[in-house]
Design a protein around this ligand. Structure first.
Ligand code: AMP
Length: 485
């Protein structure tokens, strides 16, 4: 099928051609005509399938057909909500490319950066707003932005937004939108929760589903390596020596662990960058650029930070830490094998991960291939524990005066517990149902650094989102050393 038959505006066809797309992807062929016809739509498709263009191309066509009102009557006409700032930026970049021959204005809204430019953009009623729910709700609450003329709402990666606890924010935003609008929703999976959401926000939506239900991208070869926890890094270094491991995205559950792994890979002579929410926006962009340009071969990322990654040519995704949720697995491996390229997804599975692996295999409806790394000794013993390493890695407690080393604290906690006190939150493990940490310094804790922005602070977009379980890692080397979480 060609783009010509989909009913897109000529100026958009021109931009699509200039982007080098010769034919629409399946989700584009299926979604573009009903969107142009004015239907609400649920698109079930993973990232990497071309879903961003599937909703932006028809929306731009509709905007082009009805030029914006002039002067003070101009109103924002499209709102796109997405879970992370990376994804927001990526959607914006896509729109700018596809709308380059149209006189449209676009604004992005997300936390972690200054709000004044975003406020100015909202005030000027840009045609299209691409936003994370937390910061947008915050600004709307202060009466910035006017969505009274909104015609199109898109919820991108809706499953992910639900996972991240954005539903209350989304509800409050949608309450401020006109009821007469076209609503599009995209999700990697069609879960019960997504179905509930469509009843709430959509009217008689058409469903467009690409591939089987929740089927990870078909062009990705999925392999499992069983490995003891203490040998995961050694196995990764070993695998990275194999030919074809050209552009490798490695997933780590915790951002501190991501930093540590990157240091270890660098020590092994492998150029590595990291992407997680403790890093500034500039550092993240730099990491992505270095990865895209080939200046670094490996990018170690956390799930949240990697959400928006749009990098063609990723040869391998490595689940260094097995994903906590099957949806994360689907999203992770969607980073390779994009736009019909071939890619491999490698998952490291330790004894602790077998339950999750079984759940995943049930979810995707088949077993994954187990592989052994040639020439790798997976029975090697763990190196003996050396407290001096601990001291070298975490000398900070010395500067905190009376603060004892982490393992001593743990001893204290244990003795307190045995005295009848409740178990304290376990370091590094999400405390579901607990209060998210705010970004404010803790009372009396002047020497403790403020909680990091992003996923581990309970604030995944670095803004003011508060509906999220705290996952603040506090683990010292002792805990990590012995695999305690
Ligand atoms: P997405 O699923 O929206 O994240 O898109 C994945 C990648 O596919 C992006 O790099 C797009 O630029 C690219 N892409 C989208 N549509 C097409 C197409 N029709 N032909 C080739 N590449 C495409």
């Amino acid at each position: 099928m060609s783009f010509q038959v989909l009913g897109l505006a000529p100026k958009i066809l021109q931009a699509v051609q200039e982007a080098g797309y010769t034919e629409p992807t399946p989700i584009q062929s299926a979604a573009i005509p009903p969107i142009i016809a004015g239907h609400d739509l649920i698109g079930i498709a993973q990232t990497g399938t071309g879903k961003t263009a599937a909703f932006t191309l028809p929306l731009l066509t509709k905007l082009a057909a009805a030029p914006a009102a002039a002067g003070p009557n101009r109103r924002t006409r499209v709102l796109i909500l997405a879970p992370t700032r990376e994804l927001v930026v990526q959607i914006e970049e896509n729109i700018r490319a596809y709308a380059k021959h149209l006189p449209l204005t676009i604004a992005t809204v997300f936390g972690g950066v200054g709000e004044q430019p975003q406020i100015r953009a909202l005030r000027s009623n840009t045609d299209i707003v691409v936003a994370c729910p937390g910061r947008l709700l915050d600004l709307l609450g202060r009466r910035h932005g006017d969505f009274s003329g909104l015609q199109f709402l898109v919820l991108d990666e809706a499953d992910r937004m639900l996972d991240m606890g954005f539903l209350p924010s989304i509800r409050q935003i949608v309450r401020q939108l006109p009821k007469q609008r076209q609503t599009l929703m995209f999700s990697a999976t069609l879960s019960k929760e997504i179905e509930v959401l469509t009843h709430e926000f959509q009217h008689a939506p058409k469903i467009v589903q690409i591939g089987r239900r929740a089927n990870p991208a078909e062009t990705v070869t999925q392999l499992v390596y069983e490995v003891p926890k203490h040998l995961k890094t050694a196995l990764l270094v070993h695998l990275l020596k194999e030919p074809g491991m050209d552009m490798v995205l490695v997933f780590s559950r915790m951002k501190h662990a991501a930093d540590r792994l990157a240091r270890q890979l660098e020590q092994a002579g492998i150029r590595t960058a990291t992407l997680h929410s403790n890093r500034s926006q500039n550092q993240r962009l730099r990491a992505l650029q270095d990865f895209k340009s080939g200046a670094v071969r490996v990018l170690v990322a956390t799930d949240i930070a990697a959400r928006g990654i749009d990098v063609d040519g990723i040869s391998h995704v490595v689940n260094y830490d097995f994903p906590m949720h099957v949806e994360d697995y689907v999203h992770r491996i969607g980073r390779t094998g994009r736009a019909n390229q071939i890619g491999d997804a490698i998952s490291f599975v330790t004894n602790e991960d077998h339950g999750e692996l079984r759940a995943l295999e049930r979810f995707i409806g088949r077993g994954l291939v187990r592989k052994k790394a040639e020439g790798f000794n997976d029975t090697a013993a763990a190196p003996p524990y050396n407290p001096a390493d601990e001291e070298r890695r975490h000398p900070r407690h010395q500067q905190r005066g009376s603060r004892p080393p982490r393992h001593e604290q743990r001893g204290q906690q244990n003795s307190q517990r045995s005295a009848g006190q409740p178990r304290p939150p376990q370091a590094g493990r999400p405390q579901f149902g607990s209060r998210p940490q705010s970004g404010r310094p803790q009372a009396g804790g002047g020497q403790r650094p403020p909680p990091a922005r992003g996923e581990a602070s309970g604030n995944r977009e670095g803004g003011n989102e508060r509906h999220f379980p705290s996952t603040a890692p506090r683990s010292g080397g002792f805990r990590r050393r012995f695999g305690l979480r």
